[in-house]
Write a protein that binds this ligand. Structure first.
Ligand code: LER
Ligand code: MN
Length: 287
């Protein structure tokens, strides 16, 4: 069975204990904390993990305009330092993966006056610097391709793979976010196969970005592909209401009812799908 987690930045300012209790109640294995090392306390997070019997395998990097890896000079260094501080936080809560979006989320137009090559060079150099530190701490940076309505930069798996190849660092891999991939990829399964050697983490949402099973993504073929490529990481739920700016989810404070429903729907649907493909696999064996 896959490890199943839920990312925590999508629940707004809900207390962490409320999120952990929900996940335990719904049968989740873990929680993905937001990488907010300047306002979250690793000790407090660890006690909650212990209290609710959850683990934290990954942190979700929050790359707003103030954490711009495509920048050089001081701004670029600030983004690198944010990753280093998040890596310390990851080590403090036992997480082995930190998600990295190599450009600010929500910046959909390339900044004027800077070539794509220059921006890429900056981002590659900054991620490589951060990765040297991550390697020392045993953390892998997972590059996330996000769709064209959230970035002009790395928005397809092909661009993500090129980026990772250019960084060329043992502490840098890639992740798959099914919501973004459903917008950008010609085929989900083909792209999962293409990224198999780099794949270290997965985000799950349906095509509307609501919980798995509420839309039309074929999770049966997605899970079968993940099994066949030998993926052993977490399936981390990252659902939200239909928002054009995903980070605005973090500002919504009264969504507990919806989150209860989505959290349960997502895990029940994925577990049921998992079971149905298990049955399918064994029928194949019988034949
Ligand atoms: C943003 O849309 C996203 O998918 C997150 O995982 C990273 O900020
Ligand atoms: Mn994601």
């Amino acid at each position: 069975m896959f490890h199943i987690g839920m990312t925590q930045w999508i629940v707004g300012d809900e207390p962490l204990a409320v999120s952990c209790e929900r996940l335990k109640r719904c049968g989740y294995n873990g929680i993905e904390f937001a990488a907010e090392p300047y306002r979250m306390d690793a000790g407090e997070c660890r006690s909650l993990l212990e209290k609710y019997g959850l683990d934290c395998r990954s942190l979700c990097g929050i790359f707003d305009e103030s954490r711009d890896l495509t920048a050089d000079g001081e701004a670029g260094e600030r983004a690198v330092q944010y990753i280093r501080d998040s890596v310390d936080f990851a080590a403090g809560v036992g997480a082995k993966i930190m998600i990295v979006v190599p450009s600010p989320v929500g910046r959909c137009v390339k900044p004027e006056g800077l070539s794509m090559e220059r921006l890429t060079e900056n981002a590659v150099g900054n991620v490589r610097k951060a990765a040297d530190y991550a390697l020392e701490k045993g953390v892998t940076l997972a590059v996330e391709a996000i769709n064209r309505y959230e970035t002009y930069f790395v928005n397809t798996i092909a661009k993500g793979l090129d980026f990772v190849k250019r960084v060329n660092h043992p502490a840098v891999g890639m992740m798959a976010d099914l919501f973004h991939m459903n917008i950008e990829e010609a085929g989900l399964v083909d792209s999962l196969y293409r990224m198999r050697d780099e794949l270290v983490h997965v985000h799950i949402a349906d095509n509307t970005r609501e919980a798995a099973g509420m839309g039309h993504i074929d999770f049966k073929e997605v899970l079968r592909a993940l099994q066949r490529i030998g993926y052993e990481g977490s399936l981390t739920m990252e659902f939200m209401y239909r928002l054009s700016d995903p980070y605005s989810a973090a500002g919504i404070s009264t969504q507990t009812g919806r989150m209860d429903r989505y959290a349960k729907q997502a895990i029940d649907y994925i577990r049921m799908t998992e079971e149905s493909i298990q049955n399918f696999e064994s029928e194949e064996e019988v034949r």
